[in-house]
Design a binder for this molecule. Structure first.
Ligand SMILES: [Zn+2]
Length: 93
């Protein structure tokens, strides 16, 4: 997890976005997940820090966000996004 500690404050993420190479050196920020990060999210409530995410948690976060928004095509968009990312991971295309 991309943790930094300053006094009693624990920070997850960093101010500058990770580079394409740099993100792959990080572990996912989700508690308990030991997967290598492939994506990153900038969360306003987390002091606008960029947080590394593994592929599966990026897919899950996108799906939950679309569902929360009540997007009329949440299911289809989430399915297509997950399929595209997994194909890219498995084939490199
Ligand atoms: Zn993860």
């Amino acid at each position: 997890m991309a943790l930094e500690q300053s006094g009693s404050t624990v920070t997850i993420g960093r101010r500058k976005p990770y580079t394409a190479i740099g993100i792959r050196r990080m572990k996912c920020s989700v508690a308990g997940c030991e997967n290598r990060a492939e994506h990153q999210w900038n969360c306003c409530a987390n002091d606008n820090l960029w947080m590394p995410l593994c592929l599966d948690h990026d897919i899950e976060l996108n799906a939950k966000t679309l569902e929360w928004m009540g997007h009329p095509n949440a299911t289809e968009l989430s399915r297509d996004y997950a399929a595209a990312l997994r194909q890219k991971r498995d084939t490199g295309i």
